[in-house]
Design a protein around this ligand. Structure first.
Ligand SMILES: Cc1ncc(C[n+]2csc(CCOP(=O)(O)OP(=O)(O)O)c2C)c(N)n1
Length: 204
C-alpha cells in the first residue's frame, strides 16, 4: 500500500455535514469516536467508548428497527477486525438504509499505533501485518456494494454514497496515521443512550 494521504478529521466532518434527525451515527471506540465529536456532538451520535467490535452489529439492529432513518457506522480497522462475522449478518439481513465506513489507518491508533492485520506484511520479528483487505472481506461476506477510497478525488462520491446510496454499502477509506487532539463526547454511557433514545423516539 502506498502512503495514505487522506486526513480523517476533515473527511468525517464532510461526511457528517448537514446531518439532521434522519441520520443516526454510531462510531467505534477510539479515534472514530473523537472524529464524529469533532464534527459536532449531537444526540443522534452514539459514540462507543469501550465496546470494541460492537458498532456494526449495533448499526444493523438500528437500521432494521428504524427503516425510515439512515444509519451510518464509522469505525476503525482494529474494531472491524474484531467483528468480521457481523458483515455476513449485514449481508444476510441486507437493510437498504445501512452504510458502514471503515477508516483504515492500519493501526490500533488509540492504544499506541500498533500495526493491525490490514498493514502490509513485512515479516519482521514483531510483524502482525497480513495485508488484510476489509473491503474484499465485506464483499466476500455478501455485501454487494463495497469499495475502497484512497484519494481526495473520490471523497465527494464517498460522501454521497454514505449518506444516500441504497444500502447496505461498505466503504474502506485509507487514512493517514496522525497524532490528533482528543475531542471527547460525554463519557456517561447511560446518558448517551438516553439522549439518543429521546432524540429518536421522544419521551416515553
Ligand atoms: C475488547 C477490547 N480489546 C482491546 C481494547 C483496547 N483498545 C481500545 S481502542 C483500541 C484500538 C482501536 O483501533 P482501531 O479500531 O483501528 O481505531 P483507530 O486506529 O482509529 O484508533 C484498542 C485495542 C478494547 N477497548 N476492547
Amino acid at each position: 500500500m502506498t502512503q495514505a494521504t487522506l486526513q480523517r478529521r476533515p473527511l468525517v466532518k464532510e461526511i457528517l455535514a448537514g446531518a439532521d434527525d434522519t441520520l443516526l451515527v454510531i462510531a467505534g471506540l477510539g479515534s472514530s469516536n473523537w472524529d464524529i465529536t469533532n464534527a459536532g456532538d449531537r444526540p443522534l451520535n452514539m459514540p462507543l467508548w469501550g465496546a470494541m467490535g460492537a458498532p456494526v452489529g449495533m448499526g444493523l439492529g438500528l437500521a432494521l428497527a428504524q427503516p425510515g432513518k439512515r444509519v451510518l457506522v464509522i469505525t476503525g480497522d482494529g474494531d472491524m477486525l474484531m467483528s468480521l462475522g457481523s458483515l455476513a449478518t449485514v449481508a444476510a439481513q441486507s437493510p437498504d438504509n445501512l452504510a458502514v465506513c471503515v477508516l483504515d489507518n492500519e493501526k490500533f491508533g488509540e492504544t499506541g499505533n500498533q500495526a493491525t492485520h490490514t498493514s502490509p506484511r513485512n515479516n519482521g520479528p514483531t510483524d502482525s501485518g497480513a495485508g488484510t483487505d476489509l473491503a474484499m472481506i465485506a464483499r466476500g461476506c455478501g455485501i454487494a456494494d463495497c469499495g475502497t477510497v484512497t484519494g481526495k478525488e473520490d471523497v465527494r462520491q464517498l460522501v454521497t454514497d454514505l449518506r444516500t446510496k441504497k444500502g447496505p454499502i461498505f466503504r474502506l477509506v485509507k487514512v493517514m496515521v496522525e497524532k490528533l487532539d482528543f475531542v471527547m463526547p460525554p463519557q456517561d454511557g447511560a446518558h448517551l443512550k438516553d439522549r439518543f433514545r429521546q432524540a429518536l423516539l421522544g419521551n416515553p
